[in-house]
Design a protein around this ligand. Structure first.
Ligand code: AMP
Length: 395
């Protein structure tokens, strides 16, 4: 199957050729013809599957020449994803006369207002800032023809359900709606029931929830030795670049200080850092200035960073699906990746929930030569402890 078989027009095919995409990915193969026909879509697809192009290419083909008013709205959960989608649209829209506006919070309004006033046709936005600008009448959604809801599970997870519902209501009833989500649960179905019209369901999730190019290892250790073990792991691992995930912002800051005091240069990302700091951290990590990124789950989804060879979970994630998203930052596009998790005995319930979700036992390992002060708990799975209950998160 080639892109030309999907019904895309010549100007878009020439951009695809220039970018170097050889063949459509499964989500593109299934979603592009449906989106081109104008039908609504519920797409179950994880990040890294090529879903941005799956909605961006047919949308650009459908909205045709520019008219100077927003016609496509892409709603995404985080600023980082918004930037990534905006960049993808700019690349795909090379042969197109329209403009793209990128709207997210935490920064000044001027530049964003300017792109809107310049007549942007495509708006890529996070919910809060969009509502803010809409209330002040700076953005007109009355001409929206295509509404894309990206990473809906994540938006709901972050507490945006009211905002997302309001934004859907701000758009005209006559429109195409393309909904993408890594998981499609009951709440997402309820939204789809009232917001979408006879949607076509497309599911490209494979049976295996984690890529088989990733090897997993669990390092049991007493809580008080986690800092030392983290450092030892970093010192003994040949990594190209590594993301260290922490559960809280405070942990992220403390681990940053700890690694820096041990002469490891790191970039840090969490929700309390300013937008400029977050952008710089991500850019520095992507361009190789920093080979270690310490982050909360804010960096666990959506971000497309190539060449991450290792993910280290400083804590066992509280929500099992976060484990899948975190380790999905490595082993992308067929590359090999390794995921290490530091485990202390109080994290047993969370570990069991993860192993149930991914359907396998994570191999227990001891780091050779590390000075364990307490014998690590090399517990075996399935010792009869009940299901873990998700707790509130503090990103
Ligand atoms: P996404 O899931 O949209 O975040 O895309 C993940 C990565 O796959 C991005 O770096 C895209 O540029 C890349 N990509 C998307 N479609 C294709 C394709 N058909 N062939 C090769 N790479 C692709």
């Amino acid at each position: 199957m080639s892109f030309a078989d999907l019904g895309l027009p010549g100007n878009i095919l020439s951009v695809i050729e220039k970018i170097g995409y050889k063949a459509p990915t499964p989500i593109q193969e299934k979603a592009i013809p449906v989106a081109l026909s104008g039908k609504d879509i519920i797409g179950a697809a994880q990040t890294g599957t090529g879903k941005t192009a799956a909605y961006a290419l047919p949308t650009l083909a459908r909205i045709g020449e520019a008219r100077g008013k927003p016609r496509c709205l892409v709603l995404v959960p985080t600023r980082e994803l918004a930037m990534q989608v905006d960049e993808a649209f700019r690349i795909f829209a090379e042969n197109w006369s329209g403009k793209v506006a990128l709207l997210y919070g935490g920064v000044r309004y001027d530049q964003q207002l300017k792109t809107l006033q310049d007549g942007a046709e495509i708006v890529v936005a996070t919910p809060g800032r969009l509502i803010d600008l809409w209330k002040q009448r700076f953005v007109d959604l009355s001409g929206i023809e295509v509404l894309v809801l990206d990473e809906v599970d994540r938006m709901l997870d972050m507490g945006f359900i009211e905002d997302v519902s309001s934004i859907i209501r701000m758009c005209p009833k006559e429109r195409q709606t393309l909904l993408f989500s890594a998981t499609v649960n009951k709440t997402i179905r309820e939204i789809a029931d009232w917001a979408l019209r006879e949607p076509e369901e497309i599911d490209v999730r494979t049976g295996a929830i984690t890529a088989d190019t990733i090897s997993h290892a669990l390092y049991p250790v007493a809580g008080y030795q986690k800092y030392d073990l983290l450092l030892a792991l970093l010192e003994r691992t040949h990594y190209k670049s590594v993301i260290v995930f922490t559960r809280t912002k405070r942990d992220a800051d403390r681990i940053t200080e700890w690694l820096e005091s041990n002469r490891i240069a790191v970039a840090t990302m969490h929700a309390d850092r300013t937008q400029r700091e977050r952008t710089e951290a991500l850019a520095g990590f992507k361009n190789g200035k920093f080979s270690v990124l310490v982050a909360t789950d804010i960096a666990s989804r959506g971000l497309d960073i190539s060449g991450v060879s290792h993910v280290i979970n400083y804590n066992v994630p509280e929500h099992p699906e976060d484990y899948v998203h975190r380790i999905g930052r490595t082993g992308r596009a067929g590359d090999e990746g390794e995921a290490f998790t530091l485990f202390s005995p109080d994290e047993l319930l969370q570990l069991q929930a993860i192993e149930r979700l991914i359907g396998k036992t994570i191999e227990r390992k001891k780091l050779e030569g590390f000075n364990y002060r307490t014998e690590p708990l090399m517990l075996m799975p399935g010792n009869g402890v009940g299901a873990a209950r998700p707790r509130r998160r503090n990103r």
